[in-house]
Design a binder for this molecule. Structure first.
Ligand SMILES: [Zn+2]
Length: 119
């Protein structure tokens, strides 16, 4: 089990100093922040970390290999407890469709959690 960190600006800055490969420039020439899912160890993209958005920052499985981060593993992703398929109810009552790969790492998983299979 990888260590868990809250998804917020301060902890990201503390752990990565926004250094490559945790921050990379996207094809749209914008900085994108990445981390590793603590459960499936796939790369995740952090949303709302720097740019202000309505919701709290969260992680989204990248769905592909990201340069210099662990290679995308579809099998582990499919068994990842953070991979969900649901609608999230937001505070302003409009509901936002979140795709099936949204994870909310700021809800830390319980310390007793152990992956069911070591791959
Ligand atoms: Zn995962």
């Amino acid at each position: 089990m990888a260590p868990n960190y809250d998804i917020d600006y301060d902890s990201f800055n503390r752990e990565t100093q926004f250094k490559y490969p945790f921050e990379q420039i996207s094809a749209r020439n914008e900085p994108v922040q990445y981390a590793i899912c603590p459960a499936c160890l796939n790369p995740i993209q952090l949303i709302g970390l720097v740019k202000r958005s309505k919701c709290k920052p969260y992680g989204k499985h990248a769905g592909k290999t990201v340069n210099d981060l662990p290679a995308w593993n579809q099998y582990r992703y499919e068994y990842c407890p953070f991979a969900t398929n649901k609608r999230a109810i937001t505070d302003d009552a409009s509901d936002l469709i979140i795709d099936d790969s949204v994870i909310e790492l700021y809800r830390r998983c319980s310390a007793t959690y152990t992956p069911s299979a070591e791959l």
